[in-house]
Write a protein that binds this ligand. Structure first.
Ligand code: ZN
Ligand code: ZN
Length: 285
């Protein structure tokens, strides 16, 4: 073999090795890597958050019951996140707060549990006919048919998607109990609203940051920490701080121990949350 053909042989061997490495790298990519990780582009909005339903008291005029619902009024769109457990109590609270159900254009349901979906029929009855309901795709088809029967348009959620210019769902997270949370981009940073946080509040915040590339101004809603020990809660608090969450408003299923520990740790950045609490973020008024 002359030196020229030896050189050609070595060159083709190197090419073959490189090609094999490239192909195997591509074949072994995990599904997550193959998903487009381009950040969700959201516009900045001013937002007014009103808790319409919660088991924690705040505005003494309103009734409390186990469950959660929060009205998210943006500059141009009004979103209802979850509907509490009882439609009658929800609509009573709305009336006392002067909330007009016909302003609601979008409803986002976090997960299938009755303390988040029980008030839906009453809201659909009170809203105009063109409300769009974003729910996890895994909801039973009977539930979806019921929404359509009540005049709602169903959007089945799996991946993160925008629900309007300033807000997006995280997509369905968690195994077992599938749940979505809502992300709203404000002039002060991202606001994340959670239902029960079954997938873990830290996981939700991490995912929201990854999806948007934004800093987190506030996390509000159920943190699902009633069964956790003080040690576990302290760990979760330090992970939230590690993710640079600026303010927290734990309510619903967060539990009194977690609420006390978050309050001690966040100080002035702890927001006391309960039914009837109204919070404005990034709005000019
Ligand atoms: Zn739940
Ligand atoms: Zn719940």
């Amino acid at each position: 073999m002359n030196s020229r053909s030896l050189f050609a042989l070595i060159l083709s061997l190197i090419t073959l090795i490189a090609l094999t490495a490239y192909v195997s790298r591509f074949l072994h990519r995990t599904p997550e890597e193959l998903i487009d990780k381009t950040p969700l582009e959201l516009d900045e909005c001013g937002v007014t958050l009103t808790i319409l339903y919660d088991n924690n008291p705040y505005d003494q005029r309103l009734g409390t019951a186990w469950g959660f619902s929060c009205l998210i009024a943006l500059d141009t769109t009004t979103i209802l996140f979850d509907t509490g457990g009882d439609g009658r109590l929800l609509t009573e609270n709305m009336a006392k707060l002067g909330v007009d159900a016909s302003d609601i254009q979008i409803i986002v349901l976090s997960h299938i549990h009755g303390d988040h979906t029980g008030g839906l029929d009453a809201v659909l009855e009170a809203t105009s006919n063109n409300v769009t309901v974003y729910l996890p795709a895994s909801f039973p088809s009977s539930f979806k048919r019921n929404v359509e029967g009540g005049g709602g348009r169903v959007v089945e959620v799996q991946q993160a998607i925008k629900v309007c210019d300033c807000a997006a769902t995280t997509g369905v997270l968690g195994v077992g109990i599938e749940e979505q949370s809502l992300m709203v981009k404000t002039r002060e940073g991202l606001v994340i609203v959670t239902g029960c946080a079954h997938p873990g509040v830290v996981n939700i915040v991490r995912e929201a940051k990854e999806l948007t590339g934004d800093e987190v101004q506030l996390v509000l809603g159920g943190f699902h920490l009633t069964s956790k020990s003080e040690k576990e809660i302290t760990q979760i608090i330090s992970e939230m701080k590690g993710l640079e969450v600026r303010k927290v408003a734990p309510c619903h299923c967060s539990g009194s121990t977690a609420r006390r520990l978050f309050k001690e740790s966040f100080g002035a950045d702890y927001v006391e949350a309960g039914v009837g609490m109204i919070l404005r973020i990034g709005s000019e008024m």
